[in-house]
Design a protein around this ligand. Structure first.
Ligand code: SAH
Length: 257
């Protein structure tokens, strides 16, 4: 899969793409990401990308022509019309489901707005607007990095173990179960209790038992109880198996007591 990102802050996006699984996937060629400096698509000596708004008012607007030229340049490079996403607080809210739809496309071009946003006429070339949440960022770069990250980890081979992606929060409509690593016990930090081991700081016994069936059931139960407690709305559309439905019934019955 290939991402093209058009921005006035290419270094910010490039830095963000270098770390972790996304950076490694790019190095290994599992993923391609090209960052395009919007200023290189200007034609004036001062490489101006923004201008005042018609009708007046505060704030600058990103000019349309450099953005349209950037889209054309990517089209030429890939030999097809790119799928163009505009980062915008007015767009479709990004969720795991939306990411699963976006990953179906072999290529995505992400436009990063700044200031008051982009000239409205750019939208004539946009396939979809994507928002990363109900708040306003000062630019689309962080949103583009979020979109690349969320979509990229769905590409087989980007995250080392595909099962960990399948278990992640939201992938099946449930929140993930808690994770522990060594050591099995750590010292409690409560005041006046130095040196004591509090129960909260021990790894649950079941995880140390080596009983895989019990561990699997414990994890399902934890996923379900967390989801019930924190995000009960997710349970309405979660795809549960028979065992999970049974556990959920037990949890709800316990809640009622
Ligand atoms: N005046 C615009 C906001 C402009 S913010 C409005 O109210 O709709 C500047 C840029 O930041 C936007 O063009 C967009 O690219 C990005 N941005 C801001 N908030 C965002 C969000 N929640 N999701 C995705 N992109 C966002």
């Amino acid at each position: 899969m290939r991402f093209d990102i058009v921005t006035i802050f290419p270094a910010m996006v490039e830095d963000g793409l270098r770390a972790g699984v996304v950076g490694r996937a790019i190095d290994r060629g599992v993923l391609a990401a090209r960052v395009h400096d919007l200023r290189s698509f200007t034609t004036d000596r001062h490489r101006v990308v923004d201008d005042v708004a018609y009708g007046g008012g505060p704030g600058m607007v990103l000019k349309p022509e450099p953005i349209l030229r950037a889209i054309d340049a990517v089209a030429k490079e890939i030999g097809a019309a790119p799928r163009v996403l505009l980062t915008s607080p007015q767009g479709t809210r990004l969720t795991q489901q939306v990411a699963e739809r976006l990953v179906q496309s072999p290529q995505l071009l992400l436009l990063c707005g700044r200031y008051e946003g982009v000239d409205e006429r750019v939208r004539s070339r946009v396939d979809e607007e994507i928002s990363i949440g109900d708040y306003v960022l000062s630019g689309g770069e962080l949103a583009a990095l979020v979109i690349v990250d969320v979509v990229a980890r769905l590409i087989p081979g980007v995250v080392g173990d595909d099962q960990s992606v399948a278990d992640d929060s939201f992938s099946r409509g449930l929140l993930d179960f808690p994770h522990y690593t060594r050591p099995a016990e750590i010292e409690g930090g409560a005041a006046g209790q130095t040196g004591t081991i509090s129960d909260a700081l021990r790894v649950p016994d079941v995880l140390l038992s080596g009983n895989h069936a019990e561990i699997r059931r414990w994890r399902k139960r934890e996923s379900l109880s967390r989801t019930l407690e924190r995000r009960p709305d997710l349970l309405e559309s979660a795809a549960l198996d028979d065992e999970e439905r049974e556990i959920l019934r037990e949890l709800i019955a316990q809640q009622g007591k």
